[in-house]
Design a protein. Sequence first.
Length: 270
Amino acid sequence: MAYLVPSEFVTKMVDAGESKIFMSTRDTIIRAYMAGAILALAAWFSITIIVQTGIPLVGAILFPVGFCMLYLFGFDLLTGVFVLCPLALLDKRPGVTFKGVLRNWGLVFLGNFGGAFTVAVMAAIVTTFGFSKEPDKVGVMLGHIGEGRTLGYASAGAAGMLTLFVRGMLCNWMVSAGVVGAMISTTVTGKVLAMWMPIMLFFFMTFEHSIVNMFLFPSGLLLGGKFTWFDYIFWNEIPTVVGNLVGGLAFTGLTLYATHIRTAPKRAFE
């Protein structure tokens, strides 16, 4: 596959962050909405596969199809802009401000949630035949996922919150690696391959992804999951979002920027 050297694709990362900060409100929300919806469909697809096969690895192998679709269509996930937008600020691009970065993050969060929630409602309708029957096997699993990944953490108190945060960090380390990986290649095949590997890893390891959870937990609540909206927001979404921000920026964005854009002085030999 056609390959860009690190100094080239890291520059593309900064350029991408700059363009997203200056994007119109309408375009930002539409692209984020579609990204949330497509990723939610991929999560639903993968859970269906796991229920039918009983093999989680098969679901993890196929889940990245959603991520690849939304990236190739030019849609935006919060986990991606967490990494790209701060680099434009760090690089002192003209007109880029901290307020502009926060504006982008806020709009993308709202758009992602709207798209994921739309698919959550659709999933609840489909798995209950229009709320006329008890949830099918997929619907039951959706409800149980929400219970285990809210009340399960809450039962551990501060240790549960720390675990959520770290799982969020690990998740966006891999997801942002997928975003960056797509910039390494200039061919569709190369982009898909570079995205597939880290996304498959994060899904199989059940790391916490804030946008995937925007589908899993609302759908679980609609399908009779034994947890509350407070449980979801406090005992999953908030620490997951913070972990996604820290992990993606620290392990992917800042490390690549520091060593490929703002490199250290060359070693002098005496």
